[in-house]
Design a protein around this ligand. Structure first.
Ligand code: UTP
Length: 295
C-alpha cells in the first residue's frame, strides 16, 4: 500500500429499516445530526484523509444523496442576491472543488461486501478507504486540530503496507451484532489480526474487539469478494473477504482509532450523537442542560 489514499467508497444502498417509516423516502445517510446529514460528516472525514474521488454505492431510492452534493443553482442565486454569504458558503461547501463524486448503483441489497464490490470499476487496483456513514466518528473539528479516524488509519496503512480495519471494544453480550477480531497487540492502538468472524454469539466470540465502519483495503479485496459466497444472513460479507485476504497476505491490522463513535444506524445512537454535538455548541449546550434539568 505505497500509494496515498485517493479513493473512498461509501456503501449507502442499505434499506435502513430501523428508521422506517422515515426511510421510505429519506435515505438513512441524509438524517441530520443538528444541521448536517450523516453523509456530510463521512465525506469531511474522507477529504481529511486525502481523498479526491468519492464513490457512493447507492440504490434507486437514494437520489437525495446525489442532489445534496450537486450544485443548487436557484438556491445559490437567491442567497447571492440577498448577500447571505455565510449560508452560500455552507451550501457550496458540501463538496470541495478538487473532489469528485461518482455514483454507482447496487441493484439489490445483497450485503456490505457486495456493495463494496460494486465500486470495483471505479476504484481499480489501488488501496482505498471505506466509510459507513451511519458510524459517525467524532474527533473534534477536522482541520482545526482534529484528525479524522480514516486519516489515522491511512497513515498506519501507508507506514505498515497493510490493510487496516477500525475496531472498538464492545460489551460481551453484543458480539453478535458485529464482525469480531482475534488480534495480537502491536502497540497501544494497533494489533495484528489472526482471525475474524462475523456476528459470533458471545460464547463463541474470540474477543470483544468489534469491527466498526472504517476500512483501508488493497484493490485485491475485489477479486476476493468475487469469490465470496453468501455468509451470515445470506449476504455477501466484507468480513469473509477480509478473512480471505488475511489468509493470503498474512497481515491485516486492527486499529483502535482516536475519537468517539456513535452508531447512528439506530435511534439511540442518533440521539447520543445529536446530544454530543449540541453540547459542543455554545448556543445549544445551555438548552440541552436546561431540558435535562427539568427531568
Ligand atoms: P446495515 O447493516 O446498517 O443495514 O448496513 P441497513 O440496511 O443500512 O440498515 P437496517 O439494518 O435495515 O436499519 C451497514 C452499511 O452497509 C450498507 C448500508 O447502507 C450501511 O451503510 N449496505 C448494506 C449496502 O450498501 N448494501 C447492502 O446490501 C447492505
Amino acid at each position: 500500500m505505497s500509494k496515498p489514499l485517493r479513493k473512498v467508497v461509501f456503501p449507502v444502498a442499505g434499506l435502513g429499516t430501523r428508521f422506517l417509516p422515515a426511510t421510505k423516502v429519506v435515505a438513512k445517510e441524509m438524517l441530520p445530526v443538528l444541521d448536517r446529514p450523516l453523509i456530510q460528516y463521512a465525506v469531511d472525514e474522507a477529504v481529511d484523509a486525502g481523498a479526491d474521488t468519492l464513490v457512493f454505492v447507492t440504490n434507486r431510492y437514494k437520489h437525495a444523496i446525489a442532489d445534496y452534493f450537486d450544485k443548487a443553482y436557484e438556491l445559490e442565486a437567491k442567497l447571492q442576491e440577498k448577500g447571505k454569504d455565510e449560508l452560500l458558503a455552507l451550501v457550496q461547501g458540501t463538496l470541495p472543488r478538487h473532489v469528485r463524486a461518482i455514483f454507482v448503483t447496487q441493484p439489490e441489497a445483497l450485503g456490505l461486501g457486495h456493495a463494496v464490490l460494486c465500486a470495483k470499476p471505479v476504484v481499480g487496483d489501488e488501496p482505498f478507504g471505506v466509510i459507513l456513514p451511519d458510524d459517525l466518528i467524532w474527533n473534534g473539528h477536522l482541520g482545526k486540530g482534529g484528525v479524522g479516524a480514516l486519516r489515522q488509519m491511512a497513515e498506519l496503512a501507508g507506514a505498515q503496507q497493510a490493510g487496516v480495519i477500525a475496531v472498538e471494544e464492545v460489551p460481551r453480550d453484543e458480539t453478535d451484532k458485529y464482525g469480531i477480531v482475534d488480534a495480537a497487540p502491536i502497540d497501544e492502538r494497533s494489533a495484528r489480526i489472526s482471525h475474524m468472524v462475523e456476528k459470533p454469539k458471545p460464547a463463541e466470540a474470540p474477543s470483544n474487539l468489534a469491527v466498526v465502519g472504517r476500512y483501508v483495503l488493497p484493490g485485491r479485496i475485489f477479486q476476493l469478494l468475487e469469490q465470496t459466497t453468501p455468509g451470515a444472513g445470506g449476504e455477501i460479507q466484507l468480513t469473509d473477504a477480509i478473512e480471505a485476504l488475511l489468509k493470503e497476505q498474512g497481515k491485516v491490522l486492527a486499529y483502535r482509532f482516536q475519537g468517539t463513535r456513535f452508531d447512528c444506524g439506530n435511534k439511540a445512537g442518533l440521539v447520543r450523537a445529536t446530544m454530543h454535538m449540541a453540547m459542543q455548541d455554545p448556543k445549544l449546550a445551555p438548552v440541552v442542560r436546561e431540558f435535562l434539568a427539568q427531568g
